[in-house]
Ligand binder design. Structure first.
Ligand SMILES: Nc1ncnc2c1ncn2[C@@H]1O[C@H](COP(=O)(O)OP(=O)(O)O)[C@@H](O)[C@H]1O
Ligand SMILES: CC(=O)N[C@@H](CCC(=O)OP(=O)(O)O)C(=O)O
Length: 260
């Protein structure tokens, strides 16, 4: 199992929350890493849970290039689903695996600065790293922060941030190694085959061809931003795949490497 001084920033997509076995396996992997002295920061989405909660409240889901248009009347439901239900489901799985965790959001500890991303998206936030004091304190205890992607502007307005972009800001803040875990084994080509490595030019071409779209477009662009910032590859892999988790724990390359 690998240990290095850098924090491992593990972003998990929302579909994980609907898979008890996947959560247990992932948390067991994280517990082993923590026991080995590896600091782990978990960042989570919950898009499917938001979809369900909006539908249950008779509200429509609209997305623009993978980002959820967030009208003010949807914000309480979205914040409830992400900072509430999703965060606590994951905390439960972490606790069961023997991990001491701290459930938090982007709004805690002045961790990031947040502003409205694009008026057309409503209350969708764009976040930049701000103050790592709170995160570093939690990590130094050997505890695992579990961070939702709800942020807050200075005037107190809640914002909905795409969770891959939330992970980007946090990875930059702690200078961490970012791994984006989704429900697919990595970035797939037009025939559904795993692409092992991608650079910025190849990403742009695949986006242009429509092979990389929606949530994966947001994800690879977030990954590329961190890869270039850190000068090291960012991995896009799957929480579903037990062998990928084992390889990840050994510090091996898994899924798709997004190259700087
Ligand atoms: N080229 C691609 N390779 C893999 N997945 C893709 C690709 N293009 C689009 N997708 C879609 O992106 C999804 C992953 O993005 P998203 O749903 O946002 O994941 P998460 O919730 O894990 O962040 C996949 O399940 C797939 O439907
Ligand atoms: C602005 C925006 O799109 N926010 C996302 C936040 C959750 C998320 O990103 O969840 P996944 O990681 O499961 O996709 C949303 O409302 O769905």
């Amino acid at each position: 199992m690998s240990t290095n001084n850098s924090v491992l920033v593990l972003k998990v997509g929302g579909a994980l929350l609907q898979c008890e076995m996947g959560m247990a396996r992932l948390m067991d992997t994280a517990a082993a890493m923590l026991a080995n002295g590896q600091q782990v920061l978990m960042v989570h989405g919950g898009g499917c849970l938001v979809d369900e909660q909006l539908a249950a409240n008779g509200m429509e889901t609209v997305k623009l290039e993978g980002l959820r248009v967030t009208p003010p009347e949807q914000m309480p439901i979205i914040a409830g689903a992400l900072a509430g239900t999703s965060n606590k489901i994951l905390q439960g799985a972490a606790t069961k695996a023997g991990i001491v965790s701290v459930g938090m959001s982007l709004a805690d500890g002045n961790t990031v600065s947040a502003k409205i991303k694009d008026e057309r998206l409503g209350l969708v936030g764009e976040v930049t790293p701000n103050d790592g004091t709170y995160l570093k304190f939690i990590l130094a205890q050997g505890w695992m922060p579990i961070c939702s992607s709800i942020a807050m502007m200075d005037e107190g307005q809640m914002l909905n941030v795409n969770a891959d972009q939330a992970a980007t800001a946090l990875a930059k803040l702690v200078g961490g190694k970012l791994v984006l875990l989704s429900d697919v084994s990595g970035v797939l080509d037009g025939k559904g085959q795993l692409i092992h490595s991608l650079n910025g030019k190849q990403i742009a071409d695949l986006v242009k061809q429509g092979v990389i779209e929606k949530g994966m477009k947001v994800k690879v662009e977030a990954a590329l931003e961190v890869a270039q910032w850190m000068g090291q590859a960012v991995q896009v892999a799957s929480w579903r795949d037990a062998s990928q988790l084992i390889a990840l724990a050994k510090g091996e390359a898994v899924g798709t490497q997004i190259q700087p």
